[in-house]
Design a protein around this ligand. Sequence first.
Ligand SMILES: Nc1ncnc2c1ncn2[C@@H]1O[C@H](COP(=O)(O)OP(=O)(O)OP(=O)(O)O)[C@@H](O)[C@H]1O
Length: 250
Amino acid sequence: MIRLQDVTVVYGSRVILDHINLDVRKGETLAILGASGSGKSTILKLIIGLQKPTSGHIFIDDVDVTNYTEEQMIAVRQRMGMVFQYSALFDSMSVEENVAFGLRQHTKYNDEKIQAIVKEKLHLVGLDTIEQMMPNDLSGGMKKRVSLARAIVLDPSLILYDEPTAGLDPLRCMDINKLIVGMQQHLKATSIVVTHDMDSAFYVADRLALLQDGKFLIVAPKEEFRRCENRDVQLFIHGGVLPEEGGRAK
Ligand SMILES: Nc1ncnc2c1ncn2[C@@H]1O[C@H](COP(=O)(O)OP(=O)(O)OP(=O)(O)O)[C@@H](O)[C@H]1O
């Protein structure tokens, strides 16, 4: 579904991604982990075409989109839903207008149909009867849900999540984790989740990828990732402190 082939991204003299390869399979949820500044968001930007690689190729549904123009990418992006860090809702628009945005931009549906779809998507993320509220009146968790409803409004085949649980308390994090799994099951979409949150990654993902020094240290199914004996992987899993220093991890 998504392939990054020998991709390098250089900003000035800094190599952010160094000849990386990644396949994201249709229908799976892949979590991309890594320290701050390791290039996780850059990978999302490459996939949605907001960033071009310095070298290498990006394939979406077997089509090489590396050299697509912005106009060509707009059509590709319609098959993608993006849940931004901090929700990125339009503050001057109601919840309904926020969720309807993609429909108004990319379809010719009448108001009645748009309202029905907005209602259905809000219901899917567990928010009923809040269409007329403004983003500033919503809690952080509700904003994330609205952001997710907006992302799925065009029934995307790929959903990209940038730090979906950032800034939420543990209960709200679990709400969002359950929603991510629910969306994947309901829409049969492929999902990529960029996160620092190990618990969230293990909850939502089929496979996990860890970026370090411009490369993937490991890309593996959840259990294989958990059992990986590489010391840096174990340090990342355990938040920098190994359970038994000198124990299993090396
Ligand atoms: N347009 C740009 N020009 C120059 N440097 C950039 C640009 N975009 C990102 N960077 C740098 O590239 C590095 C990787 O950024 P990126 O946002 O992909 O990291 P990240 O892993 O998502 O970090 P975080 O977890 O903090 O969001 C960072 O050091 C960032 O400052």
